[in-house]
Write a protein that binds this ligand. Sequence first.
Ligand code: X8Z
Ligand code: ZN
Length: 595
Amino acid sequence: MILLLLSVFLSVPSLAAAPTAKDAATFMTRAEASLDELGRRSSFSSWAQQTDINYTTEWLASDADRAFAAEAAKLAHEARRFDRLQLPADLKRKFLLLKLAVDSPSPPDLKEQKELSDAKVWLEGTYGKGKYCPTPDKCLTLDDMEDVLKESRDPKTLLDLWTGWRKISVPMRPRYRRFVELSNKGARDLGFKDTADLWRSGYDMTPEAFSAELDRQWLQIKPLYEALHAYVRRRLTEKYGSDVVGPDGLIPAHLLGNMWGQSWENIYDLVAPPKSKPAFDLTERLKAAKLDEKTMVQYGERFFTSMGFDPLPATFWERSMLTRPRDREVVCHASAWDVESGQDLRIKMCIKINAEDFVTIHHELGHNFYQRAYEKQPYFFRGSANDGFHEALGDTIALAVTPEYLKEVGLIDSVPGPEGDIDLLLKMALERVAFHPFGLLVDQWRWGVFSGAIAPENYNDAWWALVKKYQGLKPPVARTEADFDPGAKYHIPGNTPYARYFLAQLYQFQFYRALCRQHGHTGPLHRCSFYGDKAAGKRLGDMMAMGSSRPWPDALEAATGQRRMDATAILEYFAPLKAWLDEQNKGQSVGWKAD
Ligand code: X8Z
Ligand code: ZN
């Protein structure tokens, strides 16, 4: 009798408070529809703001950002009632992705939500508008300065630009500090320890395991980086004199041809193997071929279409921003957009005709082709397996931009023989191996900032301690806490997580090696191109179409047969260079004083 009563009681819907898996699925359908709609508005507003920074577009972008973030937080709260249910794996995954939907989550208070979105938009806009004015009538944009950094070998000029650019971030400090507080409030409200805990929760393992995994990978690559660092340090000392590099072994950060010392390919001429005669200079070849910004992008597109991907839509060419407009302020830092779920793909870039931007174009198009590949997935699965996959895709293609490929498409006349291998590998190492420690340290800093391990009073010191530890670089002049040097790197004011680029460095070589093996390439790995290989395209495309529907090891396996992140592909690629560097470094000190 009691049992009977109980079952009658439980079957009355209004009293049966416990939700079912079906309720959870219905809730999720509504949540996806709502975020899809608000996300679209936010993307359009953000595009308008980043391609024309002014009071009105900033207002609109902030408003749409707040609306999206507030809705995501509200839904994540409501979703808690399904926490204890046994749900099918894909639905469970969507609930996790809902909690991770916003990188700087909304605090509960409306006023603070607005303050957070305003701070975000202001920080990014301040970076975008940033200029250094050496004289009152002459102001330089970042891209103006980058042109000089690439070419100039005058330490005074380099130092002036290096310090000049870092003036733009000084006013960011108080607002960044407040941004961190508000974002952490939002993260805690969702049940995370802080924003760093949230950021590290998107990798199908615990945040602690994720950090440990990155450290492990770095240890594998570190000897290669240190060999490159020691070699470059010696050559820079030869060029600039023995007082340039002190007894600590650290390289001054302004001499590396890049504003952040994150990649060093622009000083290739200074460090090229002594007797080598490089077969070609891609920048010079691109200029000689009279390429303009659009044709540069078309070369990139053609690589993808040769592998069987559909051409970019006509709207890509109509709506992308390929050059810096003269009549308005914009955020020039390159990005790829999917404002309308795979239908309206665009890039935003201030393209220069040079080798560095040729690679960046492939990088950005990788994002676009990825976005289109997963467009049919439900809202929460329209993403990559983890954020490192998105960053790796275009870089994988750029690895296949070999001399053999460049000859095939008519950009160079002859392919250097095996005697050119070290030159080619050194160039590539300056571009990619030099990047590893930077890829790691940016979020080491941010995780510390969000967790409170790095106090606001130490923002700058902590940054330079990490640069020293990982990159073995030092600021060319004394820095103080009146500076805010992290803010002079886009991803800090732009609030873009950075560990993704470190992951991408590993994944791209794993993808590349797997595609080369499938392609039947024998010979040294760095001479492999899969231009025109539709089977390689299908292999990548199948993985891309999975979106974020499966844990990342499943996606990695689909593309490579491997389920783990693995540095052996990079080490294999650079093995001949490592042997050469070790030979060059014989009898020289390698590494630097840690403190
Ligand atoms: O920010 C980017 C891309 C856009 S996702 C241009 N990259 C990082 C950087 O510039 O710092 C690509 C390499 C690393
Ligand atoms: Zn990217």
